[in-house]
Design a binder for this molecule. Structure first.
Ligand code: F6P
Length: 471
C-alpha cells in the first residue's frame, strides 16, 4: 500500500496527551482511516494568524501519522472559508440559492488559498503517494498540484450533497468548479442520488462524456465517479454506548428526567439541519398529545458553528428565540419541554444520551450523510432500542430504512412520527433496529475507506501529459 496523504480543510492535531478535541464526523472518519494506514494529514490548523501570508507549516508526528498544518491569515479566512466555501458553495450544495452569496473577491481568495496549499504540500509528496482530498473547500487543489507537475493518483471525496445541474449553474464559476473536479482520478460522493446529480452536471452542460461503467472523460482527462456512503466505527460506538451508562453526565441526565421520556437531537447550529422545523414539530407533538405534555423532554444539543458567517449568526438568534417561545407557551413550573444546549458534548456522553433516548430526531432539510443518525442507531440497547426519526433528505435515509422516514417541511407529519416513535411497541422497535444494525456493521468507516482507496489505487496510469498541466 503506498503512503496515504489525506488533505482536509481542518486538521485536528492531537494535543500532547494524544487526544483530539471534540471533532466532527469528517475528522473522526479521517482519523480512523489514517491511524490504520499511517501517513500524512495536511490542512488548515484552524488558527488565524493576523495578516501574515500562508507560507509555513507546523509538522508534528503522532504515532504513525504526520500532521502538517498551516495557519491562515484574516483575509484568507474571510474570503476562502467564511466567504466562498461557506457563503457560496455550502448553501448551493444544500439547495439554498436564497442564501447563496457569490462574490468575485471571495472566489479569488478561495483559489488563492488552494494555490498556497498546493505550494506547501507539493514538496512533502513522494512519487507513489496516494493523495485523498476532502470536501468543498479544496476542490481546485488537484488542478493546482497538476500545474506543479504532480502526477500521483489524486482522489476527491465530497462530504456534502451534490446539487442538480440547475442549482449548480446558478454559481457564476460553476464551469471552473467542474474543471477542477476533472483533474482528479476519482470523485467520490455520498449517495447514488448525488452521483446522478453530478452526472447530470457533466453531461447536460457538455463538460464530460460517459465512457461506460463509472468512467467519464472531461477536459481531456479520464476519471471515475462513484458513491461511497461514509460510515461510523460501528463496533467501537456500540461498545462506548453500552459502557456509557456509568458516565457521570449520563447518570445526572437520567436522574434529572425524573422518569420522563427523552427525545434527542444533535446538530451543529446550521440552517441545513432543520432545527427550527424540528422544534416546531416537537411543539406540535406536545399540543396534539396532551398525555405527553409534562412527560416528554426534548434535548437539543447544538454547538455553535461558523458564527463569523452572517446567516449563521442570524440563525443562532432565531433558534434561541423560538426555543424560548415554545418553552414559555408549553412549559410548566415543573417541566420545560425543550432543553437547548449550545455546546459540544464528548463522544462518550453523547453515546450514553442517545442510548437513553426513546427517539432520535435527525431531520435535516438537506444533508450529505448525517453520521448522528448512524450513531443514534448504533448506541441503542438491542433489548430495548429507541426509534430513529429521519429526514428523507439526509444521505443516511438511503441506508437506514428501519427509521421512521419524514419530510421535515411537513410539521404535522413529523409531529406524528415523534408520537409514533415514543409509543412504538418493543417488537416493532427491535425489528427496525435489527434491520439496520447489520448494514451499519458491514458499511462502517473502515469499509468506506477501504472501498474508496481500492478504487483510487486501481485507477489506470495517468496520461503522460496531463491536460490540466498543459492548459
Ligand atoms: O462536511 C461538512 C463539514 O464541512 C466538515 O468538513 C466539518 O467537519 C463540518 O462540516 C464542520 O464545519 P466547519 O469546519 O466549518 O466548522
Amino acid at each position: 500500500m503506498p503512503r496515504l496523504v489525506v488533505v482536509s480543510n481542518r486538521v485536528p492535531v492531537p494535543s500532547s496527551q494524544g487526544s483530539t478535541a471534540t471533532a466532527g464526523g469528517l475528522a473522526i472518519a479521517l482519523e480512523a482511516a489514517l491511524k490504520s494506514h499511517g501517513g500524512l494529514w495536511f490542512g488548515w490548523s484552524g488558527k488565524t494568524s493576523g495578516e501574515r501570508e500562508v507560507e509555513w507549516l507546523e509538522i508534528r508526528d503522532v504515532g504513525n501519522v504526520t500532521y502538517a498544518v498551516a495557519d491562515l491569515n484574516r483575509r484568507d479566512v474571510e474570503e476562502y472559508y467564511a466567504g466562498f466555501a461557506n457563503r457560496a458553495l455550502w448553501p448551493l450544495c444544500h439547495y439554498r440559492l436564497d442564501l447563496t452569496d457569490f462574490s468575485r473577491k471571495d472566489m479569488a481568495g478561495y483559489f488563492r488559498v488552494n494555490r498556497s496549499f498546493a505550494r506547501l504540500l507539493a514538496p512533502l509528496l513522494r512519487k507513489d503517494d496516494l493523495i485523498w482530498i476532502h470536501d468543498y473547500h479544496l476542490i481546485p487543489l488537484a488542478s493546482e498540484l497538476r500545474h506543479m507537475g504532480v502526477k500521483n493518483r489524486i482522489g476527491y471525496f465530497h462530504h456534502i450533497p451534490w446539487p442538480p445541474v440547475d442549482v449548480l449553474a446558478a454559481l457564476p464559476v460553476y464551469d471552473t468548479i467542474m474543471r477542477g473536479l476533472a483533474a482528479y482520478d476519482l470523485v467520490g460522493l455520498q449517495t447514488d442520488y448525488d452521483v446522478e446529480n453530478f452526472e447530470g452536471c457533466l453531461l447536460r452542460e457538455g463538460f464530460g462524456k460517459p465512457l461506460g461503467g463509472n468512467w467519464y472523460e472531461s477536459y481531456g482527462h479520464r476519471f471515475q465517479v462513484g458513491n461511497f456512503p461514509i460510515g461510523i466505527d460501528t463496533g467501537a460506538f456500540v461498545k462506548t454506548a453500552a459502557e456509557a451508562v456509568k458516565n457521570p453526565t449520563v447518570k445526572r441526565t437520567l436522574q434529572s428526567l425524573n422518569g420522563r421520556d427523552l427525545v434527542i437531537g444533535v446538530d451543529r447550529l446550521d440552517y441545513s439541519k432543520g432545527i427550527g422545523q424540528r422544534i416546531e414539530a416537537f411543539s406540535r407533538f406536545c399540543e396534539m398529545s396532551p398525555s405527553a405534555r409534562g412527560q416528554t423532554t426534548f434535548l437539543q444539543i447544538t454547538p455553535k458553528s461558523r458564527s463569523e458567517v452572517p446567516e449563521y449568526a442570524d440563525m443562532q438568534r432565531e433558534i434561541a428565540e423560538l426555543t424560548g417561545r415554545v418553552n414559555g407557551q408549553l412549559g410548566d413550573v415543573d417541566w420545560v419541554p425543550i432543553r437547548y444546549v449550545n455546546k459540544a458534548i464528548g463522544q462518550r456522553e453523547l453515546a450514553g444520551l442517545y442510548r437513553m433516548s426513546k427517539a432520535g430526531l435527525v431531520t435535516p432539510l438537506r444533508d450529505g450523510m448525517n453520521l448522528v443518525a448512524k450513531e443514534y442507531v448504533a448506541a441503542q440497547d438491542p433489548e430495548n432500542p429507541g426509534v430513529l426519526v429521519l429526514s428523507r433528505f439526509a444521505g443516511a435515509a438511503r441506508e437506514l430504512d428501519g427509521a421512521l422516514i419524514v419530510n421535515p417541511y411537513d410539521t404535522e407529519a413529523t409531529a406524528n412520527a415523534i408520537g409514533r416513535a415514543i409509543s412504538m411497541p418493543l417488537d416493532a422497535r427491535r425489528e427496525r433496529y435489527n434491520a439496520m444494525m447489520p448494514k451499519l456493521r458491514k458499511h462502517d468507516v473502515a469499509n468506506w475507506c477501504r472501498s474508496y482507496l481500492d478504487c483510487l489505487a486501481s485507477a489506470p496510469e495517468m496520461p503522460k501529459e496531463h491536460p490540466a498541466a498543459a492548459s
